[in-house]
Write a protein that binds this ligand. Structure first.
Ligand SMILES: Cc1ncc(COP(=O)(O)O)c(C=O)c1O
Length: 398
């Protein structure tokens, strides 16, 4: 059963009296994650590959972390590439993949996406002489129609990069259909799951993702990113790397020394998510699937309360109304800049984000980027009805 009071009690930061509606920009962490990081340091860590126990402990932490992230997204541990964050990893994969692109090759990007799933590919394509083709967002609904990929993808398409969910509108595109069209043309599919992962069960095979990018700080873990790759795809890729660093996958994609204690925190975050429904049973993957489904149901019920409340305010304009979306509201208030709204809410101890939130192409398409874009109030599993009601009340006092 999903019990939000029980879930909230796991997060010490939530006791500070603020309504944390900024989860889309980064979530709070439960005590188990804090303890896992502290315990790793307390136990003593060494660099990996040494002849002593502290080194073995770090090696085990890395292996456990890969297994946990693989369970979270339905991937394989040997395909889990860990790194500092999604943006850095995406630049790394863009450099690696584009090394074989040629003039006349094409890639397909979407204007729905966070810029981290856009600019690394645009810049890599420019260096290779490849052409960028754009999937457009259907406004005002904020849908990314999958059908358009039928004409966007062709025999020269090398890559399709698309988001599993927009970080501002919450739109969840039909990635499975998009991937099927891409694969029919022989293109690889890179899915940005940074926003989506926190908001429901993930199955990268069902999405058709060759690459699935995620960041643990969006799902109650530390600041660690991961790109989970189909191992058969990874085997063929040769990133720039040091002569002395490992050649095997996935290690050859990871530069430098890993933040071992933080990786222990990532595993603890996955365990925490698996226990959001405390009646869930079975393997960790099975518990993740049912817990994340329960969390999604909780978020969407709360979101309805938020959407209805915002709709009842004549001064509020909301953006996005996709059929399938995460519990992420994006809105403006007439007569107030988004920053002023966020400052007013902060004075009421309510955390929201304001601005383009790096949805660079999308906020331009919406025609709001130059005016400070909008306010984002995003729900995650630890938000409750009181958080939503406080937001609505405070907005009425603007
Ligand atoms: C949808 C989406 N993609 C990518 C990113 C970038 O992630 P990172 O901070 O791990 O580089 C974010 C961060 O906000 C995001 O929301």
């Amino acid at each position: 059963m999903f019990d939000v009071a029980r879930v909230r009690s796991a997060y010490p930061a939530l006791a500070d009296g603020y309504a944390y509606l900024d989860g889309a920009a980064g979530t709070q962490v439960p005590t188990t994650v804090i303890d896992a990081i502290a315990d790793a340091y307390r136990a003593g860590l060494g660099n990996v590959g040494g002849a002593f126990p502290a080194s073995d402990r770090s090696g085990a932490i890395v292996a456990d972390c890969r297994a946990a992230v693989a369970d979270l997204v339905g991937g394989r541990p040997e395909g889990v590439v860990l790194g500092p964050n999604m943006t850095t990893l995406t630049y790394r994969f863009a450099a690696t993949l584009s090394a074989t692109w040629e003039p006349g090759d094409e890639i397909v990007l979407s204007r729905l996406d966070h810029d981290a799933d856009v600019r690394p590919w645009v810049q890599a394509a420019a260096r290779a002489g490849a052409t960028v083709r754009w999937a457009e967002v259907d406004l005002p609904a904020g849908e990314l129609p999958a059908e358009q990929y039928g004409s966007l993808v062709g025999e020269r398409t090398r890559l399709v990069a698309v988001s599993a969910a927009s970080n501002v509108l919450g739109t969840r595109p039909d990635v499975a259909t998009i991937s099927a069209l891409a694969h029919r043309a022989g293109a690889l599919v890179f899915v940005d799951g940074v926003h989506a992962t926190a908001h429901g069960p993930v199955d990268m095979a069902a999405l058709g993702a060759d690459f699935y990018a995620t960041s643990a700080y969006k799902w109650c873990g530390p600041h660690v990113g991961a790109v989970v790759v189909d191992p058969s795809v990874l085997t063929d890729l040769l990133p720039d790397k040091l002569a002395s660093s490992p050649d095997e996958i996935p290690d050859r994609f990871e530069t430098g020394t890993a933040p071992f204690a933080d990786l222990a925190g990532v595993t603890a975050a996955v365990e925490h998510l698996a226990g959001l429904d405390d009646t869930a049973t079975g393997t960790r993957r099975e518990r993740l699937l049912s817990s994340m489904a329960a969390a999604e149901a909780h978020e969407l019920a709360l979101f309805q309360r938020l959407v209805d409340g915002l709709a009842a305010m004549p001064a509020v304009t909301t953006y996005g109304a996709a059929q399938r979306r995460t519990a992420t509201a994006y809105f403006t208030v007439a007569g107030h800049t988004p920053r002023a709204v966020a400052e007013h809410l902060a004075a009421h101890r309510i955390n929201v984000w304001n601005g383009h939130n790096y949805a660079w192409e999308l906020t331009a398409a919406l025609g709001i980027r130059d005016a400070g874009s909008a306010v984002r109030a995003g729900l995650v599993h630890y938000n409750d009805a009181q958080d939503v009601d406080r937001l609505l009340e405070a907005l009425k006092q603007l």
